[in-house]
Design a protein around this ligand. Sequence first.
Ligand SMILES: NC(=O)c1ccc[n+]([C@@H]2O[C@H](COP(=O)([O-])OP(=O)(O)OC[C@H]3O[C@@H](n4cnc5c(N)ncnc54)[C@H](OP(=O)(O)O)[C@@H]3O)[C@@H](O)[C@H]2O)c1
Length: 290
Amino acid sequence: MPFDNFKLNDGRSIPGIGFGTWKIARDVCGAQTQQAVEVGFDHVDTAQVYANEEEAGQGLRDSGLKREKVWVTTKWSGVGDKGVRESCLESLQKLGLDYVDLYLIHSPRLCKGDIEGTWAQFELLKKEGLVKSIGVSNFSVDDLKTLLKTAKIKPVVNQILLHPYVVTQQTPLLEYMQENDIVPEGYSSLIPLTSKPGGPVDKPVKEIADKYKVAPEQVAIIVTTSSNKDRLERYLAAGDIHLTEAQVEAIDKAGAKGERDDKRKKKAMDVARYGLLAGLGVWAGFKLVL
Ligand SMILES: NC(=O)c1ccc[n+]([C@@H]2O[C@H](COP(=O)([O-])OP(=O)(O)OC[C@H]3O[C@@H](n4cnc5c(N)ncnc54)[C@H](OP(=O)(O)O)[C@@H]3O)[C@@H](O)[C@H]2O)c1
């Protein structure tokens, strides 16, 4: 199950696949986190707003894995308008840890117009040793440019939505991140299979899955989650699958077609909505005249 680690710009290395705890109910989060670690995941991704850090921490302890063998990420989500340091201390206490491996600004929106000031507080957390690496999530090129203007420490990652149906729209961001040595951490990579089945990506993914005799979800994952042990094992086994450039290109091409189709559908719906509004407007005007 050799998923490569990725070298970060601060010299540390992050495991290439992670188990996420978003949307996992508190009463099962401990057992599901423990299951993921026992199956072989050594990277757990949680957040203040997921409201299950306590249970994720318990699951980690129950797995018996040594602290230094597991990478733990959590995020400042601005819950209850709590500040960065207070939130970080609270997350550490809930997780039952002295430090997290990676602390992220969950969204630029939370900085309320002060990305530079918020990042300075993240830099202080790293200096204090409460967090080993610092990064961001859902940042655009402009957000990153604002941050980098005054940053003393660069973000190591930007955790973003990444799947074949958004690759075209995310390309300028991915290029900017590459130029600045910021690693993309993709989430919701299974969307083509889970919420958009039947789209153009299905065909190349199925062809590749058939060729390697693997499940389609093994062709497209990064930070993922599942309550299902078999799926977790399949995700990890996907580290053995090495796609050729032509196969990646075929998925990207199909993804780009899906993106164009979505845009056309949205445009058609906007036109229909405008037509409906105009119709209602005319109808309202007609009623007024009467
Ligand atoms: N930074 C952010 O703003 C942000 C946003 C979203 C997510 N994330 C992180 O990324 C993690 C994963 O995100 P996600 O949940 O959106 O990811 P995902 O990996 O796209 O989807 C995982 C979900 O898909 C289901 N699934 C897996 N394989 C499937 C298949 N073959 N057919 C049908 N369903 C399947 C799983 O359900 P079962 O339990 O039934 O297997 C699970 O609920 C989160 O937990 C979180 O840590 C971060």
